[in-house]
Every structure is written in C-alpha cells, then in structure tokens.
Design a binder for this molecule. Structure first.
Ligand code: 7TS
Length: 417
C-alpha cells in the first residue's frame, strides 16, 4: 500500500495532513530524511498557535503580573489568570484557585511532598506508590520518607504492565497517608483505572495524587469525576511550552497546606517578625511566574479543544492498533507493556540489540524515538530489562510514520544479523 493510501486510512474526524501544517517543525528533514517524530511522550511538538501566543505576549503585553497599576501589567495579569481559567475548565476543577502554576509534573509532586507530606507524614507512616512510577513520582516520596522515618511502599504490577489493584487495596491501611500513582505509564502506556482506585483509597480516607503527565495529552481529564485530591501535569507534553505545568489540589487541602517556597506574590504581609500568606492560588506561586508559559499553555488547551479529544483519541487508537500489529512482523521484537487499556506508547526490545543501538540507527533514518530506562529504573528491574526502545504517538502522527518505524527496525535487524 502506498503511503498516501495509508494516510487516507487514518480515523475519521481528524484531518491529520491539515493538522501537521500547524506544526512547522514536523515539515523538516533530519539527516537527509523526512523527520518522523515518535517521541511525544518525552515532549510534544508545539502548534504555531502556541508559539504565536507566546510571541504575542512578549511583543505586545510583556509586564509583571499582579503588581503594576499600568496597562501592560493589567493585560499580562488578565492573560495569565485567563490561562488559569482555561486550565480549570480543561480538567473540570471546581475553582480557578485550585490551579497552581508550577514548572511541570515534577515540581507539582515535589510541592505536595514538601507541604502536604511534611505536615501529614510522621515516623512509621506510609506512602504508597506503584511499580510503574516515573522517578518524579518516586524520589520526592523517598526524600519525604527518609526525613520523617516513614515507609515507602510499592504496589505491584503483572507481566503485562497492569496494576494489581487488589494487591494495592491490600496495601492501603491505617498508616497510609497518601497514595500517589501514574494515571498513564510513560514507559508502558498502561492506563490505570484511576476512578476505581481513588474510590478504594477514599473508602479508607486516604487522599490520592494522580500523575497525569502522560494522560492529559490523550484524553479528557475530569478531576471532579475522578474525585482525586491532587492532579499533576506538564505543559510541554500537552503541546504547550516547557517550564510550565499544573498542580490541581482540592481547595480544602490546599488551604490547610503550608506554603512551599517563600518570596514575592505568596505573601499577604511581611514583617521581620511574622509573615502571613496570600490566598490561593498565590500562596503557592512564589516569585515571578512563567507568565508566557502559562499563556502558551492556555493556547495549547484551546488548540487541543478545537481538535476535540474524541477525534484525537480515535486517531491515536488507530495508530496504536496499527503499530502494535505492524511491529509483530519484526522478527525478535518483544513488546514491553501489553495492558488492555493503553495510551499510544509502544515500548519494545529487539532481540539482543541494545535499545540505544536501535535508537541510533533509527535516527540515521530520520526517526526520533526514546531509548533507555525512561526514568523508570525500578520498573525496568521489575520487567527484567535494562532498557527499552519507545515509540510514542501524538495526534499529528500518521500511519506512514509507523511504516517508517517498521522499515527502520528491519534495517536494524539486517545490520545486527
Ligand atoms: N511523570 C510521568 C508519568 C512522566 O512521563 C514524566 C516525564 C514526568 C512525570 C516528569 O515530567 P516533567 O515534565 O516534570 O519532566 N516523562 C518523560 C518521558 O517519558 N520521557 O521524557 C520525559
């Protein structure tokens, strides 16, 4: 089948060729070949609308927020707070003050560990995570547990990379202060049954943090339907700029939590004797925030909203199904992560070939994938592999990108035969 015929087979509802024109970066050649970008789980590409929104802010409106009485500051503040409202709607939070702008998922989780965690977790208490967590949802809890003499416990997965929910349930107990888990695994693509897990934890009064870094780009997030207590995600994986991300927290919890960083904007009044805190969300936004980043994230949310998650999900499902079938033809290829519910992530090992060699040879073909442990070293150990190669898809990918990947993998096979 020609590439053109295959392109026309993409799921209805999304004109991918048209969408790709919004991403100028995708039109280039690398190493003399058309770029095939299959690393969106690491960071996604940005549509022109996002780049323009950031440029427009700097060209027309740049000023600090919440400070000046002058018009530019007023405009910057309006746009920055407008972006917060867009995020609120995007995840269906009840209030804009529940949206804290941070640098990304990592900072969001550290914020919760250092504020909620440090006030609630004592010696002998437990924090529960899972075997599939990204280092960003392991290390902050390790630091906290070490400081407090608490215990970090880890819920197991099966060989397909699915969370053993019954086991997780058994591990929750009177000493569990928090459950923190990925909504979607970056290495395996597994979509965890977050709603069900939150319900199980809440039955015992245990709050839940969801790491939504790999979920927010793929399907609609509704924090009220999920009923989670915290939700974290990064702008740069959601077609927005780097340096901006979101922590959602239930307002009752955020109100109780002490501030994390001190400085400008998070105070109500300061004397050398005592400082009082600003109201939410500003209590958690010390210093000049990434104003342009927030505005860019707002533009990304608008962009994704205009495409619609129904069309995005249908297309990505088509890509994942097509790719899963296609790579089966590659001799010696073993998929890592075969959960029933998956986002568009395809991790694999190829016989004895080191994943870095796979990645390097594919790069010569213009194909960008990620290789390594994907910041999930404990998961690699659990699965008995030192590393994997990972192709991850976004709505701007085509079936012909999958064809290029498969052709590239055959080339790798030839070289290592
Ligand atoms: N949590 C998950 C599930 C992730 O996939 C990542 C980044 C993070 C947290 C950290 O996000 P950050 O924006 O704060 O860095 N994951 C990846 C990845 O899979 N490849 O590169 C980064």
């Amino acid at each position: 089948m020609t590439a053109l015929a295959q392109r026309s087979l993409s799921a209805p509802g999304l004109d991918v060729e048209k969408v790709r024109k919004d991403f100028p970066i995708l039109g280039q050649e690398v190493r003399g070949k058309p770029l095939v970008y299959l690393d969106s789980a690491a960071t996604s590409q940005k549509p022109r609308a996002v780049i323009d929104a950031v440029a427009r802010y700097y060209l027309q409106d740049n000023a600090n927020v919440h400070r000046g009485v002058h018009l530019l500051s007023e405009r910057a503040t309006k746009e920055y707070e407008g972006a917060r409202e867009k995020v609120r709607r995007f995840i269906n939070a009840a209030r804009a003050e529940e949206i804290i702008f941070v640098r990304g998922t990592t900072e969001a989780i550290n914020l919760v560990a250092q504020t909620y965690g440090r006030t609630r977790v004592r010696a002998g208490d437990e924090v529960l995570i899972t075997e599939m967590e990204h280092h960003s949802d392991i290390v902050p809890w390790q630091l906290l547990c070490e400081e407090k003499g608490a215990v970090l416990r880890v819920a197991p997965i099966d060989d397909d990379g699915q969370l053993l929910v019954d086991e997780l349930q058994r591990m929750l107990g009177p000493r569990t202060r928090l459950l923190a888990l990925a909504h979607v695994s970056n290495t395996l693509g597994t979509i965890n049954p977050a709603r069900r897990i939150v319900e199980i934890a809440h039955r015992q009064g245990i709050p839940v943090l969801l790491d939504g870094a790999q979920a927010a780009p793929h399907f609609p997030i509704d924090v009220r339907a999920l009923d989670c207590d915290f939700y974290a995600f990064s702008g740069h994986k959601l077609f927005g700029p780097t340096g901006i991300g979101v922590l959602y927290g239930r307002s009752e919890l955020l109100e109780e939590m002490p501030p994390w960083q001190g400085g400008g904007d998070m105070i109500s009044s300061v004397t050398f004797e005592k400082t009082t805190w600003n109201k939410l969300p500003h209590k958690f936004e010390a210093g000049t925030p990434d104003i342009a980043g927030a505005i860019g994230l707002g533009a990304a949310i608008d962009y994704v909203g205009a495409l619609g998650f129904a069309a995005i999900a249908a297309h990505e499902h088509d890509l994942l199904t097509y790719a899963t079938e296609a790579v089966r033809e590659v001799p010696g290829l073993r998929l890592i992560g075969t959960a029933k519910e998956k986002a568009s992530v395809l991790s694999f090992v190829l016989g004895d070939v080191h994943p870095h060699d796979v990645g390097t040879i594919l790069d010569q073909e213009g194909i960008a994938i990620r290789t390594g442990h994907h910041c999930t070293q404990p998961l690699m150990r659990r699965l008995g592999v030192p590393a994997t190669a990972r192709a991850s898809f976004a709505f701007y990918n085509l079936r012909s990108d999958v064809d290029a990947l498969v052709a590239g993998l055959h080339k790798v096979q030839e070289i290592f035969r």
